[in-house]
Write a protein that binds this ligand. Sequence first.
Ligand code: FES
Length: 143
Amino acid sequence: MTLNRKKFLNILLSLSGIAGLGAIFYPIFSYLIPPKISEPKVNSVKVGSASDFPNNSYKIVKFGRKPVILIKTVEGDFKALSATCTHLECIVQYKSDTHQIWCACHNGIYDLNGRNVSGPPPRPLTPYDVKIINDEIVITSAG
Ligand code: FES
């Protein structure tokens, strides 16, 4: 009877030891290997009033988690392109004096259609569609 009780206590202590190790290591593993969180699917974003947007200017907007550069040209046309440089992923900006998209990191230059025209960027910027609906600027994925 005493032997059974001793065995029972040993098993109980072993189980509590295993549970204690799990309590210690589970948070460490969770930190080192975080669960995969899927990126929310974004199809379109509203980014403000078209009439309030001055010609020959730009702004960076969020399309889900991705930055997009929205440009209103001198002529008043809207262009939306990925704002992530295709070289080393710096955020590009619009140069209102040369009417080009410029990456300050390594002097990469794109035209207003997103084509890489000089500097190190290897690929063009991804285009987005822009629609004006009741004076609201709506950016959608180019399909
Ligand atoms: S990151 Fe844009 S030119 Fe290098």
